[in-house]
Design a protein around this ligand. Structure first.
Ligand code: ZN
Length: 92
């Protein structure tokens, strides 16, 4: 099996990014001026798609949310789940 060290990151439109942020503001019920940083990163976990999304919410304290999907694949329910259960894998 070959290992793709540099999987292509899916292209994300500004609309997709904004949608994800809108959901985060809504679900977390935080101020719209709160900075949210969203990055697509490689995920090394077995059984995971090669790209995960790391979301940093600059509240105090900061909040890091990981979703094991690329941004275009993230649905509203994924965000709800990731927030409700931020660390589903106790081995990490
Ligand atoms: Zn993953």
């Amino acid at each position: 099996m070959s290992i793709d060290l540099f999987p292509r990151k899916p292209v994300v439109s500004p609309e997709q990014l904004q949608q994800l942020k809108d959901w985060l503001y809504e679900i977390l019920q935080i101020d719209r001026h709160t900075i949210i940083s969203i990055n697509q990163l490689q995920c090394q976990d077995s059984g995971c798609p090669p790209i995960q999304t790391a979301i940093a919410v600059m509240t105090s304290p900061h909040r890091i949310i990981r979703i094991h999907k690329a941004i275009p694949d993230i649905a509203y329910t994924d965000v709800v789940q990731a927030i409700a259960n931020p660390n589903p894998n106790p081995n990490r």
